[in-house]
Design a protein around this ligand. Structure first.
Ligand code: ADP
Ligand code: ZN
Ligand code: ZN
Length: 670
């Protein structure tokens, strides 16, 4: 029998298997190349994962592959192994992981010529001038040395207070590794698209002769293709991106840096529900390279790894800029200092002082819109979303009520839809209302709001942040978008409006997250040191629970104490990081149907060492007319949990549920 060439390929389909296709032409394709094939009635692009001489598929069923995408050089076996790991660990087909992480243009053959792409990136570069690195302080020096002197897999936590110069450690470690590794590449992950311009600026100024690629979800397809190719070809030596960049093809990868590693946005919340941080650790081990996790408030998982000795801890205990110290924390008791329009006298006085001195202030309220709900005093009617178990939020300037979960919009009713009462009132306040109130208190002040609503247009977030950096803004108000990472030079006051709701959340991670958010936002104040005659930088937190231990730890900037208490609680309650979890979710027209499916799942055989909890409705039970329930799976052993899921999922599929369901490994929102 004449030997054949059989290509084993994976495709972006829910079918978890490889497909065999015949290759009839002379040149034998390689693993890692992309091929065009007929699949059903469609033409699809697949990734070659193996090339063989035989197949079990009978001749009359065996189809020929159409063509190979020669324009795109093959992805490496290591990259395929990374995708395979992610697929196995998160229980998805390899094709669904590998193919969507390649830009569509490249898969479909609309290949931008690499030379052209690189030229364009280089031209952008030439505009930059070099910048002179500051002399590192001793703590920074030790951190850099530790990172660069460790060859091989070495995970470390760069635990540095806000403003301690973590970025400088990244830059100087990068510089040394790039100097040593002629074709080396460095991947830097940040939690927010809006942080990429700031860091990109630093990188381009510091490394004017190197190509920097960026990868995030806000890029147009053509642009993404360009940057992806620069990374894949090895020409881009520095790659800056959000979580999706962890799946980029990086043939020369020598160091991974994850800034603000605790940030929840490193976890993808749909489709392949991966943690970019966890994949980064795996990738670093696979390639036997160092990985640095930076944070002022590490995730408890990471902190626990430093306690157990799996990760090294590199500490930067002080702010880097001379005379810059951490801000003074003031906890203001709302029972004693009763707020007017959401703002206490303490906060108003502090704001006034900043305005008089020409310094900037930041007000943090993690709730956008004007008011979270409108209500009728006469009959108790409230603006419920008819499709979700949530309220419609008042967006006053757009004259709309909007659901933040399903985006349903309604006009604002003139009177109560139930009783006709004309006096319906907004309850509570969001960023828009605070903005309005502030303008009344301080008519002269230049006030800017930055949240998801004010920055819908492409580029508008960057413009807004630049105006703050330029000094065109006196008071900045915003959601967590403004809390992260920005290095505002003239900001001396942070006000936190209404943080209490998170204290009593059902989610056991809510406290950890609140603490991180408040430390983070506090860290925006006083970053360049007190100026002569200037204010002492401070943070004013308005709360009804001034005695709460979380605020106590915050007051003394004491993350280690907070972490110690949390970890003790978690250990006692049997929660992560001491156990491992997965979550099976189901949604249907009626809750009972969703619960029924989960109940069936519960009745399948469960091995020892695996605990399945009773199905319960999700906190946001109804979403866009679907009713949702979940079943929590736990084990004290990660391998046992993995083995169970691998065996359990095919059985769930056999139940042929006619509803939507999904599995999440290591869920963060429970
Ligand atoms: P972090 O990321 O830890 O919050 P940054 O990296 O933004 O802090 O640094 C805070 C500020 O300190 C920046 O303005 C940076 O330029 C400055 N800085 C960092 N290292 C030094 C140093 N060794 N000497 C002087 N200034 C420094
Ligand atoms: Zn009414
Ligand atoms: Zn809704």
């Amino acid at each position: 029998m004449a030997s054949k060439t059989i290509l084993q390929i994976v495709l972006d389909t829910p079918l978890d298997r490889v497909f065999d296709y015949l290759w009839t032409e002379e040149d034998r394709p390689q693993v890692g190349q992309f091929v065009v094939v007929d699949f059903g009635h469609r033409e699809m692009v697949g990734l070659i994962v193996d090339v063989k001489n035989e197949t079990d598929v009978p001749d009359d069923k065996l189809k020929s592959a159409r063509s190979v995408r020669h324009q795109l050089s093959p992805v490496s076996p290591q990259w395929i192994a990374l995708c395979q790991f992610a697929a196995d660990y998160y229980q998805r087909p390899l094709g669904e992981v590998a193919l969507p992480s390649i830009p569509k243009n490249l898969r479909s053959g609309k290949t931008t010529a690499l030379d052209k792409a690189l030229k364009k990136l280089q031209v952008e570069h030439k505009k930059q001038q070099g910048s002179v690195p500051p002399v590192l302080n001793p703590a920074q020096q030790l951190a850099v040395q530790h990172i660069v002197n460790n060859s091989g897999f070495a995970p470390s936590l760069l635990y540095g207070v806000t403003g301690s110069g973590k970025t400088e450690v990244y830059l100087q470690a990068a510089e040394q590794i790039l100097a040593r590794e002629v074709h080396g590449q460095i991947l830097i992950l940040v939690p927010e698209i809006n942080l990429t311009p700031q860091l990109q600026g630093h990188l381009r100024a510091r490394f004017p002769e190197l190509t920097v690629a960026t990868l995030h979800s806000g890029m147009a397809e053509g642009e993404r293709t360009l940057h992806w190719l620069a990374a894949h070809s090895g020409k881009a030596r520095l790659i800056l991106g959000t979580r999706l960049a962890i799946l980029a093809s990086l043939p020369g990868l020598k160091l991974i840096i994850i800034d603000e590693e605790h940030d929840p946005s490193y976890k993808q919340q749909e489709g392949l529900r991966y943690s970019a941080r966890d994949l980064a650790i795996w990738r670093a081990r696979q390639l036997d390279i160092p990985v640095v996790l930076g944070s002022a408030t590490p995730s408890l998982e990471t902190w626990q790894h430093t306690i157990s000795g799996r990760y090294s801890k590199l500490s930067l205990p002080e702010r880097a800029v001379e005379l810059a110290v951490l801000p003074k924390m003031r906890i203001v008791d709302l029972a004693k200092d009763r707020p007017k329009e959401g703002l206490t006298i303490s906060l108003i006085t502090a704001l006034k002082q900043r305005l008089e001195k020409g310094e900037q202030s930041l007000l943090y309220l993690n709730r956008r819109g004007y008011a979270p709900v409108i209500a009728c005093d006469a009959c108790g009617w409230m603006s419920h979303c008819e499709r979700c178990s949530a309220y419609l939020v008042l967006h006053k300037s757009e004259k709309k009520l909007r659901c933040h979960h399903c985006s349903l919009e309604m006009r604002i009713p003139k009177s109560c839809p139930t009783c006709g009462n004309a006096d319906i009132q907004p309850l509570g306040r969001g960023t828009q209302r605070i903005e309005e109130n502030l303008q009344e208190f301080f008519p002269e002040a230049r006030i800017k709001r930055i949240d998801a609503d004010s920055t819908r247009l492409k580029g508008s977030a960057q413009d807004a942040f630049e105006s703050v950096h330029r000094g065109d803004v006196d008071i900045l108000i915003g959601t967590q978008m403004v809390a992260k990472g920005h290095d505002f030079k003239n900001l001396t006051l942070v006000g936190v409006i209404n943080p209490d709701t998170a204290l009593f959340s059902q989610d056991y991670r809510a406290g950890e997250r609140l603490f991180a958010q408040l430390m983070q936002v506090s860290g925006r104040a006083g970053r360049s040191g007190q100026k002569v005659g200037g204010s002492v930088s401070e943070v004013v937190i308005q709360t009804r629970y001034p005695q709460h231990p979380l605020y106590h730890a915050l007051k003394t900037h004491d993350y280690p104490r907070f972490a110690k208490e949390c970890l003790a609680e978690r250990q006692q309650a049997g929660l992560p990081p001491f156990i491992f979890q997965a979550l099976l979710r189901a949604e249907a027209k009626e809750l009972a149907i969703a619960i029924h499916f989960l109940q069936q799942a519960l009745e399948l055989e469960i091995p020892d060492g695996i605990i399945l909890h009773d199905p319960i409705p999700m906190t946001l039970m109804k979403l866009a007319n679907s009713e949702r329930a979940q079943l929590l799976i736990e084990s004290s052993s990660r391998p046992a949990l993995q083995a169970f899921l691998k065996n359990w999922l095919p059985q769930l599929r056999l139940l042929k549920p006619r509803i939507n369901w999904s599995l999440e490994v290591d869920p963060v929102d429970i």
